[in-house]
Design a protein around this ligand. Structure first.
Ligand code: NAD
Length: 418
């Protein structure tokens, strides 16, 4: 029986088999590459503010241990199940390998609507989840980070909980921590900065001027908001944004600093404007130069892919584009797709830098972090382009082929124990 069910894992499996076909990986070798090494399910009891007890289900999936510890975010969202977490762990593996990081992929999550919890309840859940995970994680085993629904504060609670059990401060157990708790400069902004950097590289390739180009961004959390700020700083006109509370569209351009200030104060986009309200189901299909899904998986299916009117599709979210959509996009060569495992890799790259700095207790300034980030992204981008051109394949196939082949080669070289 396969415990990894559901549409998100099905998508990761379909993508993997397409790549395995491309790499001509023998059928009997595939399961060893695709299926996670370990999956942990835990129950997390939390006393609510009104005195009731609620038990939340939590998961952690560690995909492979071949190249080093596993690494990956923790998601707090109502959709979380073991299949979704496993798919995200698998994608992390290909992403880390593509960027040349010494990690396997992991992911964790709790099935909860984090927006429905008070701060005290969120802290209780975060601490209990980490406490349940202590036997399975460690700075050289599995290192957590933020993802949808978690943030720097949650990482600080994770780190504090783990440290209390160890009897000493272990900053290197999680990344994406606040700088005041052993985090690195530039981590909070890293994913969005990386997205904007790669959009600029893509724009150069297709002869699109960043100044005056238009962008639509779905999701205005960590990744979406920093992407908006970083694109605006390059002269891009952000004409559409959405989050789970509101959607705004104005072809004349939105006031990005005002949006950032509003979301920073209220934690959401709702209440920003009554005039620019737009149908969220139609946002992605509006004409723009740069389209950035930065929220959920599977928002671009085959039908939506046929309707896209962008020149660059920058996949800031994990898994925003379904395999059906990929088939459509392979015909629509006028759209430059920056695949997710490349586009949002800035987050894990700077998480790696944070882990290295914590292990060494030697910290870099922000310019050094950013400079190293852009160098790693530039190298990965160049490799993906070269592979796509050499083999006449899409950028997603090229990116995933590089990642999967690196893991396959490492497994083949190490052999099978015992
Ligand atoms: P976040 O929790 O900070 O923000 C998520 C955003 O998505 C919020 O603005 C939320 O309102 C919005 N959202 C939720 N449901 C929505 C809907 N139906 N329509 C429109 N917006 C909706 O999370 P994040 O860290 O910004 O992560 C966003 C995506 O980026 C996820 O796919 C995540 O896996 C991926 N990612 C994040 C990082 C990172 O460093 N945080 C790194 C790589 C990839």
């Amino acid at each position: 029986m396969d415990i990894y069910s559901g549409p998100v894992f099905d998508m990761a499996r379909t993508q993997f088999h397409r790549i395995a076909d491309h790499l001509e990986i023998a059928t009997d070798r595939r399961d060893r590459l695709l299926y996670p090494k370990r999956a942990i399910a835990v129950s997390c009891p939390v006393t609510r503010d009104d005195g009731r007890l609620t038990v939340f289900q939590g998961y952690r999936v560690q995909h492979h241990l071949t190249l080093g510890p596993t690494k990956g975010g923790t998601r707090f969202a109502p959709s979380v199940d073991i299949g979704e977490v496993a798919a995200l762990a698998v994608w992390m593996s290909w992403k880390c390998a593509l960027a040349g990081l010494p990690y396997g992929g992991a992911k964790g999550g709790v099935t909860v609507d984090p927006y429905s919890l008070s701060r005290r309840e969120l802290e209780g859940l975060s601490r209990r989840y980490m406490q349940e995970m202590i036997p399975f994680v460690g700075p050289h085993t599995d290192v957590m980070a933020p993802d949808m629904g978690t943030n720097e504060q949650v990482m600080a609670w994770f780190m504090d909980t783990y440290s209390m059990y160890q009897g000493r401060t272990v900053t290197e157990i999680v990344t994406g921590k606040p700088v005041s708790a052993g985090g690195t400069l530039g981590r909070r902004e890293a994913t969005g900065r990386g997205v904007a950097y790669l959009v600029e590289r893509a724009a150069e390739r297709i002869g699109l001027a960043m100044t005056g180009a238009t962008a639509i961004i779905q999701g205005f959390g960590n990744v979406g908001s920093i992407t908006a700020a970083s694109l605006a700083a390059r002269g891009v006109r952000v004409i559409g944004v959405s989050d789970h509370t509101a959607c705004y569209f104005d072809p004349r351009g939105l006031d990005v600093p005002a949006l950032l200030a509003h979301a920073g104060t209220t934690g959401k986009l709702a209440g920003f404007s009554n005039e620019m309200v737009f149908d969220p189901a139609e946002l992605l299909a509006q004409p723009c130069d740069i389209l950035v899904p930065a929220a959920l998986e599977r928002v671009i299916d085959g039908a939506m892919a046929a309707r896209l009117q962008c020149r660059v599709l920058a996949e800031a979210a994990n898994g925003p584009t379904t395999p059906d959509a990929d088939t459509v996009l392979e015909q629509r060569r006028e759209i430059f797709v920056i695949p997710d495992i490349l586009c949002n890799a800035g987050g894990v790259i700077v998480s790696y830098f944070e882990w290295v700095q914590d292990l060494q207790q030697f910290f870099w300034d922000e310019a050094e972090v950013n400079d190293r980030l852009y160098r790693v992204l530039q190298r990965a981008f160049a490799q993906v382009l070269a592979r796509a051109e050499r083999d006449g394949i899409s950028l997603r196939t090229a990116a995933m082929a590089i990642g999967v082949a690196k893991v396959r080669d490492a497994k083949d070289t190490r052999g099978l124990f015992p």
